[in-house]
Design a protein around this ligand. Structure first.
Ligand code: PEP
Length: 254
């Protein structure tokens, strides 16, 4: 595939995998994907498996991500994890504002923006998730919702920080439902997001930012989705939990 932007495919393991299971999965991925150079491959295990997975992927082409982090650098925040703690395990990416956290933890755009700034301060690359619900799509509000999330979640980022940020367009109705957005729907949303980036951060930044698609990505739909001009990778949930399905998604995307 001939795109200026390198594809980035990340597996969001969510609250799955004990340490032993995480090691089985990542060791399988190492074997299957050892020769892949065309795609940035990222796994995002639960916090409890970061240490062991980090050791297992040393000297491999797989990079480590976390699923969340605190907006604070240090202090009395019971149960929270700071960016600097993630860095101890060579974490490079952190998913922020996943729709599950927006829904269950009531994370706001404002909070996500503060987390993004904290991530950049620690040289972690945020993967910021945005996306409309089915109700919003059916009401014709998709672009208005994306615009509101972009404006809020990216508030305060410099153009340089924006370039080092990954966006994930994840329509909520497609997450974990088996119902992916069509390639046309995904491309239309991604093109809208890139146009928005261009008006806020300029053409050069907009051309460089990678925008992942997320929502029921599987080996069978990866190629078509990834071949859209503004789709630069995938954030994969369910299908990232098995060696075969995640490695096939990566291979089918090249
Ligand atoms: C996700 O949760 O980010 C996701 C895209 O999940 P799934 O692939 O299972 O739809």
């Amino acid at each position: 595939m001939n795109k200026d932007r390198k594809l980035i495919i990340a597996g969001n393991w969510k609250m799955n995998k004990t340490v032993a299971e995480a090691l089985d999965l990542v060791n399988g991925l190492k074997r299957e994907l050892a020769n892949v150079k065309e795609v940035d491959i990222v796994v995002c295990p639960p916090f409890t498996a970061l240490s062991e997975v980090s050791k297992a992927i040393l000297d491999s082409n797989i990079r480590l991500g976390a699923q969340n982090m605190s907006e604070h650098a240090v202090g009395a925040y019971t149960g929270e994890i700071a960016a600097v703690m993630l860095k101890e395990f060579s974490v490079r990416y952190v998913i922020l504002g996943h729709s599950e956290r927006r829904q269950y933890q009531k994370e706001s755009n404002d909070l996500i923006a503060r987390k993004a700034l904290a991530a950049h301060a620690a040289a972690l690359k945020p993967i910021i998730c945005i996306g409309e619900t089915l109700q919003e799509r059916e009401a014709g509000r998709t672009e208005a919702v994306l615009e509101e999330q972009l404006t809020g979640s990216l508030a305060g980022l410099s153009p340089e920080q924006m370039e080092e940020t990954i966006l994930a367009y994840e329509p909520v109705w497609a997450i974990g439902t088996g119902r992916n957005a069509t390639s046309e729907q995904a491309q239309a949303a991604h093109a809208f997001i890139r146009r928005w980036l261009s008006t806020k951060f300029g053409d050069t930044v907009a051309r460089r930012v990678r925008i992942q698609y997320g929502g029921s990505v599987k080996p069978s739909n990866a190629r078509e989705l990834m071949s859209q001009p503004d789709v630069d990778g995938a954030l994969v949930g369910g299908a990232s939990l098995e060696v075969r399905s995640f490695s096939d998604i990566v291979k089918n995307s090249i």
